[in-house]
Design a protein around this ligand. Structure first.
Ligand SMILES: [Zn+2]
Length: 450
């Protein structure tokens, strides 16, 4: 993933003090002398760590708890009541589960988009510190209990007031931004349209500028977003966001399914990014984002897995395949989005979206050592003529066997060294059962479970 997009056969990567210092043919790199520690990657592919630019950490615990249902029911009957019953221990366990899954499938950096206070910000930030991951936590800011045209529909447990939200972001920013060797960042997580007044969006934009930090929010995910901003403000969603000052290089909009050509040009001219979430858009039947067209208009588009009830996995390797195939089917053009493009979206474009392109997104000297090793020694990956094709179309997250973040090995031979997999799986199953009881929600599969 360097500027020339070289694919090095029999290559080696030399890492020192958390940074990549040399990349080249093995023989060349070995001239530096023996390394203190070597990983044999024979028959494997070494890639930059994957960057997931739209996730909900607190939704890992409610994976599979809202399937095959319309969006408003999905939110009102399942997701919000469940999340509205979270306590900070649920938030921590869900984050642990999610980070475990990400590390095991090669994601090294993520952007969490909406952390409500009840999930326990500190516990989640501590989990990033412990897991060794690189993560941006966006604390929710909201002022209205609505969702698009639907007024006052939010679950009581999810409602927060604007002043407290704004104060909390600053508190958490001071406490956590730059912590854990700069692996943790704190952003503003503006609630979706209908969740903030125009004044509040403008306030978020001003505050983010003052702190020098980022903002993320869901935008034009569903067609109702367009109806809502047109009726309320006489503008398209991105035009409205621009009017309140929330379109800039420090902003990541999730989804962007219903954005139009003018809006693409607007986002491109202001340097804002879009996190494309193909599985979520398909599962919730939100529509299909016109990603190749958006990218041709100059928008930086990255990839996001979204959440446990909308995807229902946090596996970026699977998501790359979905992203590519979805465009081919929509455009009926197999050239519309190729393997190389989706790999760029999952690495370099992600780094750019997060303002971290000087540090991560490629394997180049001077960058932080966020590197994954993916085995090709599996029946479904043989023969291996083009590794980029295999990563995009044939590999699975479980083919990642080593994950290195900031120069530290956090998974080796599929064993995660920073988190205790067994206890996390046990805790998460237990807490999810209790959460469902508290929220009085029953998952009733259509087929009888005996
Ligand atoms: Zn989302």
């Amino acid at each position: 993933m360097d500027a020339q997009r070289r694919v090095l056969k029999d290559g080696a990567v030399l890492i020192k003090d958390g940074s990549i210092v040399q990349v080249g043919k093995s023989a060349e790199v070995k001239r530096q002398g023996r390394a203190e520690f070597e990983i044999d990657a024979k028959g494997k592919v070494v890639l930059p760590g994957l960057i997931d630019t739209h996730i909900h950490l607190a939704q890992a615990l409610i994976r599979g708890c809202a399937d095959d249902t319309s969006l408003i029911d999905w939110l009102q009957k399942f997701v919000w009541p469940l999340q509205g019953n979270f306590d900070s221990e649920d938030g921590k366990v869900s984050a642990e589960l999610c980070m475990l899954e990400m590390i095991e499938s090669g994601t090294t950096t993520f952007l969490e988009s909406l952390l409500h206070s009840r999930y326990g910000f500190d516990g989640i930030a501590e989990t990033i510190e412990r897991s060794g991951m690189r993560g941006i936590l966006s604390k929710t800011v909201m002022g209205l209990p609505g969702y698009g045209s639907e007024k006052s529909i939010m679950h009581l447990g999810m409602i927060e007031d604007a002043e407290t939200c704004l104060r909390e972001v600053e508190t958490y920013f001071k406490r956590w931004n730059g912590r854990a060797d700069d692996r943790i960042k704190v952003w503003y997580g503006a609630r979706s349209l209908g969740g903030c007044t125009p004044e509040l969006y403008a306030q978020i934009a001003r505050n983010a500028k003052r702190l020098g930090t980022g903002v993320t929010m869901h935008l034009s995910e569903v067609e109702d977003d367009v109806r809502y901003t047109k009726k309320e403000f006489g503008k398209m969603p991105a035009e409205f966001m621009d009017q309140v000052g929330l379109v800039g290089p420090n902003v990541v909009f999730a989804h962007g399914v219903w954005l139009t050509e003018n809006e693409w040009r607007l986002l491109a001219s202001k340097g804002a990014s879009v996190a494309h979430c193909p599985s979520s858009n398909m599962k919730l039947a939100s529509g299909i984002a016109k990603v190749p067209e958006m990218m041709s208009a100059g928008v930086n588009v990255s990839i996001g897995c979204d959440g446990g009830p909308s995807n229902n996995s946090y596996d970026m390797i699977r998501e790359m395949k979905t992203a590519s195939l979805l465009q081919k089917a929509r455009t009926m053009n197999p050239l519309s989005m190729n393997a190389e493009t989706v790999l760029e979206m999952a690495t370099l474009n992600g780094a750019k979206a997060l303002g971290l392109h000087d540090q991560i997104g490629s394997i180049e000297p001077g960058k932080r050592a966020d590197v994954i090793v993916v085995t090709m020694q599996k029946p479904h990956l043989i023969p291996t003529f083009n590794p980029v094709s295999h990563i995009a179309y044939a590999a699975l997250g479980s083919d990642v066997d080593t994950t290195i973040i900031d120069g530290k090995i956090v998974m080796e031979n599929r064993h995660v060294t920073t988190l205790d997999e067994r206890s996390i799986i046990e805790n998460a199953s237990e807490r999810a059962t209790k959460l469902l009881e508290r929220a009085e929600i029953k998952i009733t599969p259509r087929w009888i479970m005996q």
